[in-house]
Design a protein. Structure first.
Length: 56
């Protein structure tokens, strides 16, 4: 993937190509990642809304 910046899931910083590469490595190691990814992503998104600093 050819990119410089990824905006997705980071509260206090922009993502990098390295972040995406690391995420892809995890997919091959995590059991049942296909089952729980959607639920975990929703939980993280809601947590960011509730827990995010009010000054950003």
């Amino acid at each position: 993937m050819d990119l410089d910046t990824c905006i997705g899931g980071h509260v206090h910083r922009l993502g990098t190509k390295e972040d995406i590469d690391i995420s892809r490595e995890w997919l091959g190691r995590l059991g049942a990642v296909d089952v729980f990814t959607r639920e975990n992503a929703l939980t993280v998104a809601l947590s960011q809304i509730v827990d995010a600093p009010r000054d950003i």
